[in-house]
Design a protein around this ligand. Structure first.
Ligand SMILES: [Zn+2]
Length: 407
C-alpha cells in the first residue's frame, strides 16, 4: 500500500547531471538516491530533468490573475491572490514575490492587505509567497525609466508611508525597487537594509554618484537591469554602466527574448557572473491569447503571438512580460550557451539566497519538496515543464489533464 504522504520523483538532476530517485515525505525531501552507475549514457532528448521549483522575484500576475487589480473589493482581491498562486505554481514556479507596483496609497495598501489575508487563509499561498516585491512608487518620473508605471503616482521615498504598507502586509515586503536619485533615497535604503528588506535599484535615471551612494547605503540589486531605461543614453557614463561596474550589486534580467538583445544578456552574464539572476516580470496577460488588452498600467497594451507585450500608443515601450520563469531559463541557456545547470541556478538558488530564504531553491534532504520536472530542448531553448510539486504535492502543469487544486 502506498503512503499518501509519500511522493516519488525520478529524473536527471539539472545541477549534477546525475539520475536520482527523490522521495518526499510529509512535504519534505526524505531521501535522494542516485540510480545510475558511473559512465551511463549521456542525457537524450526524452530525458526527464529534475530541479528545485523556480523562484521568481517579480510576478505582477499570471493566467489572467492580476495582483495589482483595481476597483475590486477585498474579498475579490484575496481570491485573486489565491488563484494567482495556483496559476503560477502550475507554470513551474513554486515560490515567488507578488509584485505591487506604483499606485495611490490606498490601492497599494489594499494589495498588501490582500496578500497578507490570502497567506493567513490559505496554506498553499503562504508557502508559495516568498515575500512581496514593492516596485515603486519611489521611482523616476521620466518617460523611459518610469516604464509603464503611472506618472501621477511616482513620488519621493516616505518611511511613514512604507511602514503603513509593511504593516498591512504583515511584514511581508522583502524587496523594494526604487530610484536612488529621489530626495531621501539613501536614508530610505539605509532603513530598509536595517529592517532586513532588500533595496534594489530600478526605474531610475540616476547619475553615477547617486548609484554609488545607494550602494554605500546598502542597495544590493539592480531590478531588470537594462529595462525601465531611456531609449537613448549618453555613451558614458550612464546608469547601466554604473550598475554593471558595481560588484556589490546583483542584477535581475528579463530574459524573455524581447526585453534584452542577446548581446546585452551575454555581457551582463559575463560581468555579473554568479550574481545575475532571472525574473519573469510576468503580467496578468501571461498565458492568455494574443490580442489587445486594456490595463491599469497606462492604457492599452498589445500581446503579440511572439510573446512580446508593448504599449499600443508607443510600441517601443514594453509593458512587462508574458512568459513564465521556466521560459526564461530556456531562453537564457540558448542565448548565452550556458549549461542548463547555470540557467536553472539563476532561477532557483540565486534568487532564494538573495532574498535570504532558507529551505527553497535547492534540492537537499530535509528541505521542502518543491520540485519541477521537465524536458529540455537545448537547440530550441525550450524547457517543457512536465510536473510541478509543491511540498511534495502535484500542482501542475494543468495541460496534462491532472488534478490541480483550485480551492
Ligand atoms: Zn519594472
Amino acid at each position: 500500500m502506498t503512503d499518501p504522504n509519500t511522493t516519488i520523483i525520478e529524473g536527471r538532476r539539472a545541477d549534477t547531471g546525475r539520475r536520482i530517485r527523490l522521495v518526499a515525505n510529509g512535504g519534505f525531501v526524505a531521501s535522494m538516491e542516485e540510480t545510475e552507475s558511473p559512465g551511463q549514457a549521456a542525457a537524450g532528448p526524452d530525458e526527464l530533468w529534475i530541479a528545485p521549483g523556480f523562484v521568481d522575484l517579480q510576478i505582477n500576475g499570471y493566467g489572467g490573475e492580476d495582483i495589482n487589480l483595481t476597483g475590486a473589493d477585498m474579498h475579490q482581491r484575496v481570491e485573486t491572490v489565491k488563484r494567482l498562486v495556483r496559476a503560477v505554481l502550475a507554470s513551474g514556479t513554486t515560490s515567488f514575490c507578488p509584485t505591487v507596483i506604483t499606485a495611490s496609497f490606498e490601492q497599494m495598501k489594499d494589495c498588501m492587505t490582500a496578500v497578507r489575508l490570502a497567506c493567513e487563509q490559505d496554506e498553499l499561498t503562504a508557502s508559495a509567497v516568498a515575500g512581496i516585491h514593492m516596485e515603486g512608487p519611489y521611482i523616476s518620473g521620466e518617460n523611459g525609466p518610469r516604464g509603464a508605471h503611472p506618472a501621477e503616482h511616482v513620488r519621493d521615498p516616505d518611511w511613514a508611508e512604507f511602514s503603513a504598507w509593511q504593516e498591512a502586509s504583515g511584514d511581508r515586503i522583502r524587496l523594494v525597487t526604487l530610484a536612488p536619485e529621489r530626495p531621501g533615497a539613501a536614508e530610505f535604503i539605509r532603513k530598509l537594509t536595517e529592517a532586513g528588506v532588500v533595496a534594489s535599484i530600478g526605474h531610475t535615471a540616476a547619475d553615477h554618484d547617486h548609484i554609488a551612494a545607494a550602494v554605500e547605503a546598502g542597495a544590493r540589486m539592480s531590478t531588470h537591469l537594462g529595462n525601465g531605461a531611456h531609449p537613448q543614453l549618453p555613451r558614458h557614463p550612464h546608469y547601466i554602466w554604473s550598475q554593471l561596474a558595481e560588484d556589490r550589486l546583483a542584477a535581475s534580467v528579463i530574459c524573455d527574448g524581447h526585453h534584452l538583445h542577446f548581446s546585452v544578456v551575454n555581457v551582463m552574464h559575463k560581468v555579473k557572473g554568479e550574481t545575475l539572476l532571472l525574473v519573469s516580470d510576468a503580467v496578468h496577460l501571461a498565458g492568455l491569447p494574443p490580442g489587445t488588452y486594456r490595463t491599469h498600467v497606462g492604457g492599452e497594451v498589445e500581446l503579440l503571438p511572439s510573446g512580446r507585450l508593448h504599449m499600443v500608443d508607443n510600441p517601443n515601450l514594453l509593458a512587462g512580460s508574458a512568459v513564465s520563469l521556466a521560459d526564461c531559463v530556456g531562453r537564457f541557456a540558448q542565448m548565452t550557451g550556458s549549461p542548463l545547470a547555470t540557467a536553472v541556478a539563476m532561477a532557483t538558488d540565486r534568487p532564494a539566497r538573495l532574498l535570504g530564504c532558507a529551505g527553497i531553491g535547492t534540492l537537499e534532504i530535509g528541505q521542502a519538496a518543491d520540485v519541477v520536472t521537465f524536458r529540455w530542448n537545448a537547440e530550441a531553448g525550450k524547457l517543457d515543464v512536465q510536473a510541478v510539486y509543491k511540498r511534495g504535492r502535484l500542482v501542475g502543469p494543468e495541460r496534462r489533464g491532472e488534478i490541480v487544486p483550485r480551492t
